[in-house]
Every structure is written in structure tokens, then in C-alpha cells.
Design a protein around this ligand. Structure first.
Ligand code: TYD
Ligand code: MG
Length: 455
């Protein structure tokens, strides 16, 4: 076969999109294994442009008032997550593992917008129109302004958009988008990147809201949504496990509102709906007098959450002790173990340590440290942490308990859920007004913790 001289083969990481000149087993950028795939790239084809669109520059003062009003889809949790609503000509990427609820939520959003008299086009590349229709009936979408099309090819999507002139376009999913003019197969990094970029641009020029759905797969067979993050205005990811009955949606990037906000939804027959009291979700119901567990707080975006952290320290059976952490940063866990060895003389060299944050959440908040350390001591000593107690505080290298932000908000959440005691950094305690609904106990050093927190 006659290959064109300007074709070349590159190696790309399907998780993060970084390119390499040869195949390697592990991506040095994102650290994923076996995600490097071979791709053929064709040199950019010359674009046929009959008319050069006119452009203009505007004084910044005239741009001040140009901000478009946000539109609400009516799913309050979703609108709030985005900082009040959706921006009409923006692009949103929503990523998550298969089965987590991306299609359901986006169909709800499109239905909600159709209820506001905005026409919406939902392009499904994975399911049939009947399947999407059945889901629509189940979640109660009855507006004719929402139209479904089973299309994958970019030219067909353009044709549909030009005919229907929707205000909202949903693409389910970016991985099935396909431009026949590109030589690479659907699902490859170059296809996804190029088709998504074109579509983002097309919708922006036409003042349409574009929603791109992207799957995250662990095996790296198809390229992940990460490679599209820089193209869009808003990036949202579903977090947690698909077997849980709640779903977390985290904002990773938002050009119009606060980032790092989270939305907490419950799944149901009629789709996703807001959870009344999120903190209750993450607190287990079983008896409290079990060693190795503590209740901690995390502030995610604007929202304080109470969660349970569990630690289990057991005798190592093999020479090398294991450290397994889910939800709590594993490097930070290693640090906490080192601090406990040095300051509390608790030896972990012969102990396996397992840590788990209930609910499948991943939290970076250093205020979790004190609770984790209490759960670790509790597991080693086999003495439970006191019941009805919440622990707040960062732990420093010399075993000092450091102040954390939003102490008042965290305490208020603990009081709201009926907890009776909060153990917190002494520095935080000094700045607080006394409360009569909850006892506040300040600690300064790790040495004070066993007495203050254990039963
Ligand atoms: P789906 O939205 O298809 O997930 P994704 O697009 O991320 O792969 O949801 C997976 C399945 O779960 C689907 O059969 C519908 C069901 N589901 C509900 O029944 N209720 C819900 O609230 C959600 C989110 C999903
Ligand atoms: Mg889907």
C-alpha cells in the first residue's frame, strides 16, 4: 500500500494525552501503566475556507457588561455546583467511569433546560434513540424541545445542529465522536482531541451550550476525558464507586464559578436527586465502640462534611509491611506513621496499615490528620475513640496540632448532627466563641491526643 510521506506513527498516553517517540510501559506524566498506544497521524489537512470571518477587538470597558446571564436547569444541586447555573455559550466536560450516571444526569439536565423553553439536541453514539427515550420516560422528561439522535459522525452532527438550531448540544460520548476525514480510528487520542476541539469551537461560535460526556476506563483501551480538559470551560468528574447509592460530582475546573465544589446526589428510579443531609451519608450506623474509627470533617468547596475514617493496624505476615489507603493521601499516611513512631513511640515496622475513608470519597483536607492519627492509635491500642466525638486538626512534623481553616463551619456541622464533643487545635479554639450545644476541647500536641480522644 502506498503510504503518504507525511503520515507518521506516534505513541500517545490514552489517559493523559502526552506523546512519545517510542513505546514505553508507564507514562512518566500521569503514572499510569500500559496506557501508551500507537497512533497514526496524518499531517493537518488544509482547511477549505471560502470566507475569512471578520474579527474585531473591543475596549475592555465595553466588555464589562457583556456577561451573559446564567441559565438554570432546575436541578438545584447541579446549578449550585456550577456557581448558579450554566453559561449559554460555554462547554462542559463530564467524566466518570462507565455506569456511574453520566448519561442519566445529562439527560436530566437537557430535559431541565428544555423545560425552560430551550431546545436541546442529545446525540447518542452508544445507545439507541429508544434506549435514551426509555430512560427519558423513566425520569419524566416530556418536552418536545429535547430531541434525540443516534449519530457519531461530525458532519452529520453539524448538519443536525444547522437544521435544528438547538441552544444545547449533548454529545454522549466524546469517545464515539468520529470525523471520517481523519485517518485514525474512533476512540483514539487524535480523533477525540480533534473532533472535540472542532465541536467546542463550532458551538461557541453559534452561542450554543455544549456538553461532552467522557468515559474513564482503567485499561487505557480508549483515550480518557483528561485529554479534553484544556479545551472546555467547565470540567466535572463523577467520583466514588458505582455500587454506592449516592454519587459525587466534583468540579475540577470552572471558568465562571468556584472550582473544587462538590455536588452530592442520590440515585433513584427517576434519576439523580439532591441528598438532604450529606453528612449523614458518610457516617456509618454500626455501634461506635469499635476501635480504629474516628469522625472527621472536610470542607469541600463551601460545604462542610462529616465523614468516618477507619484505620486498621495488624501484625505483618511477610517481611515488608503493607500500607493501603483509600480516600486519604497515601504519602500523607506514611508521614503520619513516621510522626507517630517518632513522637508517640508506636512502632509500625512490623504492622500492616489499612486506611479507608467511608463513602469512596477522596479528600485532600489536612484537617483529617488528627482523626486519622486517633483512629490509628485506637486500632493499635485496641481502645475505641470516644463516642459522639469529632476530630479536627492538621498534624505537623514535630507532632504539633496545627490550626485549620473554617473551624466554625466544621463545628456547626458537628453540632447540627448531634455530636457532643469536638477535639480541635488549641489555636483554633482561642478564636472561637464558646458554645453551649457542643463541648470544645483544644489540643496542642499529639501527646495529649490519647487522653483527650480515646475511651
Ligand atoms: P448511566 O447514566 O447509563 O451511566 P453512564 O452513562 O455513566 O455509563 O447509568 C447507569 C445505569 O444506572 C443505567 O442503567 C441507569 C441506572 N441509573 C438509575 O437507575 N438511576 C440513576 O439515578 C442513575 C444515575 C443511574
Ligand atoms: Mg452513558
Amino acid at each position: 500500500m502506498n503510504t503518504k510521506s507525511n503520515d507518521k506513527t506516534i505513541y500517545v498516553c490514552s489517559a493523559c494525552g502526552r506523546g512519545f517517540s517510542r513505546w514505553i510501559g508507564k507514562c512518566p506524566d500521569c503514572g499510569e501503566w500500559n496506557t501508551i498506544i500507537e497512533e497514526k497521524v496524518t499531517a493537518a489537512r488544509p482547511k477549505k475556507r471560502s470566507v475569512v470571518p471578520e474579527t474585531d477587538a473591543t475596549p475592555i470597558t465595553l466588555c464589562h457588561s457583556r456577561q451573559q446571564p446564567m441559565i438554570q436547569c432546575g436541578i438545584d444541586e447541579f446549578d449550585l455546583l456550577l456557581g448558579g447555573g450554566l453559561v449559554p455559550d460555554s462547554s462542559i466536560l463530564i467524566g466518570g467511569e462507565p455506569g456511574i450516571g453520566k448519561s442519566t444526569l445529562m439527560l436530566q439536565v437537557a430535559g431541565g433546560l428544555a423545560n425552560q423553553n430551550l431546545s436541546a439536541l442529545y446525540c447518542t453514539g452508544e445507545e439507541s434513540t429508544q434506549q435514551v427515550g426509555m430512560r427519558g420516560a423513566r425520569i419524566g422528561i416530556h418536552s418536545e424541545l429535547l430531541q434525540i439522535a443516534a449519530v457519531r459522525e461530525l458532519p452529520q452532527i453539524y448538519a443536525l445542529i444547522n437544521r435544528i438550531k438547538p441552544a444545547v448540544v449533548v454529545i454522549d460520548s466524546a469517545q464515539t465522536l468520529y470525523d471520517p476525514e481523519l485517518e485514525s480510528a474512533p476512540g483514539t487520542v487524535s480523533q477525540i482531541r480533534s473532533t472535540a476541539a472542532e465541536l467546542v469551537d463550532f458551538c461557541k461560535r453559534g452561542d450554543m451550550l455544549l456538553v461532552l460526556i467522557g468515559h474513564i476506563t482503567k485499561d487505557g483501551a480508549i483515550a480518557g476525558p483528561k485529554i479534553l480538559e484544556h479545551l472546555v470551560d467547565v470540567v466535572l468528574y463523577f467520583e466514588g464507586e458505582s455500587h454506592n447509592w449516592f454519587r459525587l460530582l466534583r468540579v475540577k475546573k470552572n471558568r465562571f464559578g468556584p472550582a473544587s465544589e462538590i455536588g452530592i446526589f442520590q440515585i433513584g428510579e427517576e434519576g439523580l436527586f439532591a441528598v438532604g443531609n450529606p453528612s449523614e451519608l458518610f457516617l456509618n450506623e454500626y455501634p461506635e465502640d469499635i476501635p480504629g474509627r474516628a469522625v472527621v470533617t472536610a470542607v469541600e468547596g463551601q460545604r462542610p462534611l462529616l465523614l468516618e475514617i477507619q484505620a486498621l493496624a495488624t501484625q505483618t505476615n511477610f517481611g515488608f509491611p503493607q500500607r493501603v489507603s483509600s480516600g486519604y493521601d497515601s504519602r500523607r499516611l506514611a508521614l503520619m506513621l513516621a510522626i507517630l513512631e517518632k513522637r508517640q513511640r508506636i512502632q509500625f515496622g512490623q504492622r500492616d496499615v489499612f486506611v479507608n475513608l467511608a463513602g469512596g470519597l477522596k479528600i485532600d483536607d489536612p484537617a483529617l490528620d488528627l482523626g486519622l492519627v486517633a483512629a490509628l492509635i485506637s486500632s493499635v491500642e485496641d481502645i475505641p475513640v470516644q463516642p459522639q466525638t469529632v476530630l479536627i486538626g492538621e498534624v505537623g512534623l514535630s507532632g504539633e496540632v496545627r490550626a485549620v481553616p473554617f473551624a466554625e463551619r466544621r463545628i456547626a456541622e458537628a453540632a447540627k448532627l448531634g455530636f457532643q464533643k469536638v477535639i480541635l487545635p488549641k489555636k483554633n479554639l482561642r478564636g472561637l466563641k464558646p458554645r453551649n450545644d457542643i463541648a470544645l476541647v483544644g489540643v496542642e500536641k499529639l501527646q495529649e491526643l490519647p487522653k483527650a480522644a480515646l475511651m
